[in-house]
Design a protein around this ligand. Structure first.
Ligand SMILES: *Cc1c(COP(=O)(O)O)cnc(C)c1O
Length: 370
């Protein structure tokens, strides 16, 4: 395969060569497809099952994540739901890293309460501790790395090796939303399933809601496809096409996010009013603690370049307060235990000029002193 930047720029082009030679792939809206005759199909029947535009996106997602198959769905939560609704049932058990996207925990708690699909959390540090929590009915291990919002890096390869050595049947699933295939290919590290909220970096412009599941096993793909056909959380052609377009710039966007985030991760700790900065070293996600005598609300109100808004991964810098937003559904005890305090700020570093970002934060922090 060509290198990823080439695959991103060119991998979806030229599909119309036989008809028009259009460089960029066309967008097919049709929900219905004519059959040549009884028992015959062009390969497309009805758009919940597959559309040419979604299929093209799925091929690209599979290629860049080094999988064999991908399923493009209507949101990141739909991707998570697809995995659990297809692969777990009442009485099953799974394990999860303890610092995750808040909506994933809300989903896990719902599965536990309503379907008795129980789960336990692992702190992501010692793999032996994880192995001790495996039960006969354990089906899956769920990993998000780096973790959200405290940026812990999990050894995906170590987990996959250790778990598969004693239980090859347990699936390792990785939410790769934060690093994207530019920095991490979980399937190459031994994972079985990769999930994305494509709303974030893959989409990259804060204007598409989408999700993806990528696998490398045919039987797993068939199970997921049957579930998706049944539940219908597929991605509509228009956002699929926008995502195809967005992916073309993923490599250059991720490089820009990393450059800006590395710059800020170096500068922010020197600012009065910032106690500590958390950063995984690559990617665009930074968290930091405002000192106790700095008012979070005043800080947010003084931002001019960054927006106080709840998402991440776009060209526009967004800032959130996980304690009261993305992680609000976790118990106060759990939040504080993980370091998700009311003073913790999560910063999705965008592609603005790095000095404009630094002066925005500097000014807003200074204004927030009580
Ligand atoms: C946003 C997010 C999700 C959920 O995705 P949606 O597209 O909002 O449904 C899942 N995982 C991570 C890491 C996220 O950031």
């Amino acid at each position: 395969m060509v290198k990823i930047a080439t695959q991103l720029a060119q991998g979806t082009n030229g599909t119309d060569d036989d008809k028009t030679g259009a460089v960029v792939a066309p967008l097919y809206f049709s929900t219905a497809f004519r059959h040549p005759g009884l028992g015959q199909s062009t390969g497309y029947d009805y758009s919940r099952l597959e559309t040419p535009t979604r299929e093209l996106l799925e091929k690209q997602l599979a290629a860049i994540e080094h999988g064999t198959h991908a399923l493009a769905v209507s949101s990141g939560m739909a991707a998570i739901d697809l995995v659990f609704s297809a692969l777990t049932k009442t009485g099953d058990h799974f394990l999860s890293t303890d610092d995750l996207y808040g909506g994933s925990f809300r989903y896990f708690d719902e599965r536990q309460a309503n379907y008795k699909i129980n789960y336990d959390k692992w702190n992501g540090i010692n793999v032996d501790d994880l192995l001790l929590q495996i039960r006969p009915e354990t089906k899956l291990v769920w990993i998000e790395s780096p973790s959200n919002p405290t940026m812990k890096v999990i050894d995906i390869e170590g987990v996959a090796k250790a778990v598969h050595a004693i239980r090859p049947d347990i699936l390792i699933a990785v939410d790769n939303t934060f690093l994207t295939p530019i920095y991490q290919n979980p399937l190459d590290l031994g994972a079985d399933i990769v999930v994305h909220s494509a709303t974030k970096y893959l989409g990259g412009h804060n204007d598409i809601l989408a999700g993806a599941v990528i696998v490398k096993d045919d039987a797993l793909f068939t199970t997921l496809t049957n579930q998706l056909t049944t539940t219908g959380q597929t991605l509509d052609p228009f956002p699929a096409w926008l995502l195809i377009r967005s992916l073309k710039t993923l490599a250059v966007r991720m490089a820009g996010h990393t450059k800006n985030a590395q710059y800020l991760a170096g500068k922010l700790p020197t600012l009065p009013g910032i106690d500590k900065v958390l950063y995984a070293g690559v990617g665009g996600m930074i968290s930091f603690y405002l000192a106790d005598n700095y008012n979070v609300d005043t800080f947010l109100r003084h931002l001019q370049v960054c927006s106080f808004a709840e998402s991440l991964g776009g060209v526009e810098s967004l800032i959130t307060v996980p304690y009261i937003q993305t992680h609000h559904d976790m118990s106060v005890e759990d939040r504080l235990h993980l370091g998700i305090t009311p003073q913790l700020i999560r910063f999705s570093v965008g592609l603005e000029d790095q000095d404009d970002l630094l002066s925005d934060i500097t000014r807003a922090v200074a204004a927030a002193k009580e």
